[in-house]
Design a protein around this ligand. Structure first.
Ligand SMILES: [Zn+2]
Length: 340
């Protein structure tokens, strides 16, 4: 149980409790010294492995004996608080770690220790062997989204902050894995270490969706054109060819393989539509529907969810708009070549 000082540490005379600076404090009238109560510094670490499991230790001693918690312990005088976290990790779980970032600082009033300042770090395991130390009855990894109740509320809070931090990244990795199950998570992690930009990451996802759902996107669009633009009903053969060329070329465009788009198929198609005297504004309208159909399809996959992803998508959309501008220009140019 947390104990209160009764005697002066300097002269040994009894302390009195008195109101000082708005609070009841212990005071030595003989030495004129106030004994301030300060929180004890505690250092704790969140270690998560590749399987999104968090390292927990089972407490051998009171308080909270038998409960699980993050590796945690008091920092000692003269010890760097980060070193304290790593030392406790090694002592309690056998794991050697390095600090990744500060996650949280929390103050709590504990019935056993009194006031505590708990500092929690994200720590990456870099060595050691997982085994419980003196203070721990057990040490093991638990799924971070399904772990036993923890002894310290500050631990729960820190894990919550950790999850908030990684939610977007994990959602992105998951969506990517869903699209490319052939890629192991290891390869994806390797890629993320190479710091592939978010833009190229999303471009890749988009290219994969178009590749995979090519026919579905095309058919849906043709259906919409046939239904909404009656004048084009008899020319769906040419339009389907145009859309196929668009979907093929836009992949190369997004991959960045081509700085210039191959425009001759669109010039030819425009020319063909001109020969057939198809109403040009309706063709341009169909192109607008084609561009929309790609985005409607992508958004329907529910993979662009976070603000960052949606923000990046706007930039990607600009590249697609530029692509379509060129297509529309070429179609019109080919078309006019027939009229004049
Ligand atoms: Zn004294």
């Amino acid at each position: 149980m947390h104990k209160k000082k009764k005697f002066c540490a300097y002269c040994g005379k009894p302390l009195i409790s008195t109101q000082i600076e708005g609070k009841v404090r212990e005071y030595c009238t003989h030495c004129d010294v106030v004994f301030y109560e300060n929180p004890l510094p505690v250092s704790s670490s969140v270690v998560v492995n590749d399987k999104r499991e968090v390292l927990l230790v089972k407490r051998r001693n009171e308080p909270y004996k038998g409960m699980w918690c993050l590796p945690i312990g008091f920092a000692e005088t003269g010890e760097d608080i980060r070193e304290a976290a790593l030392r406790e990790l090694k002592e309690e779980a056998g794991i050697e770690g390095e600090i990744v970032r500060l996650i949280d600082v929390d103050t709590v009033d504990n019935y056993y220790y009194g006031s505590l300042a708990i500092v929690t770090y994200e720590v990456r395991a870099v060595g050691g062997v997982l085994r419980p130390g003196d203070d721990a009855a057990e040490a093991r990894y638990f799924p971070i989204l399904d772990h036993p109740p923890l002894a310290w509320t500050s631990n729960e809070k820190a894990i919550g902050i950790y999850l908030d931090f990684y939610r977007d990244t994990w959602a992105m990795l998951d969506s990517f894995k869903q699209l490319s199950p052939e890629l192991s998570s290891g390869e994806i992690l390797l890629d993320s270490r190479k710091k592939i930009s978010q833009r190229s990451f999303l471009s890749n996802i988009l290219v994969k969706i178009i590749e995979r759902d090519f026919e579905q996107i095309s058919e849906k669009w043709l259906g919409e054109v046939g239904k909404n633009i009656p004048s084009l009903k008899d020319h769906l053969d040419v339009l389907e060819r145009i859309n196929t060329d668009i979907l093929r070329n836009i992949q190369l465009w997004l991959k960045g393989y081509r700085k210039k788009i191959e425009l001759s198929p669109f010039l030819d198609a425009g020319s063909e539509l001109g020969k057939r005297r198809v109403f040009l504004p309706d063709v341009l309208n169909a192109m607008a529907l084609s561009r929309k159909s790609i985005w409607i399809h992508v958004l329907g996959q529910n993979i662009l969810l976070s603000p960052l992803e949606i923000y990046t998508t706007l930039e990607l959309n600009n590249r697609i708009i530029l692509f379509y501008d060129k297509v529309v220009y070429s179609l019109s140019f080919g078309y006019m070549g027939q009229s004049f």
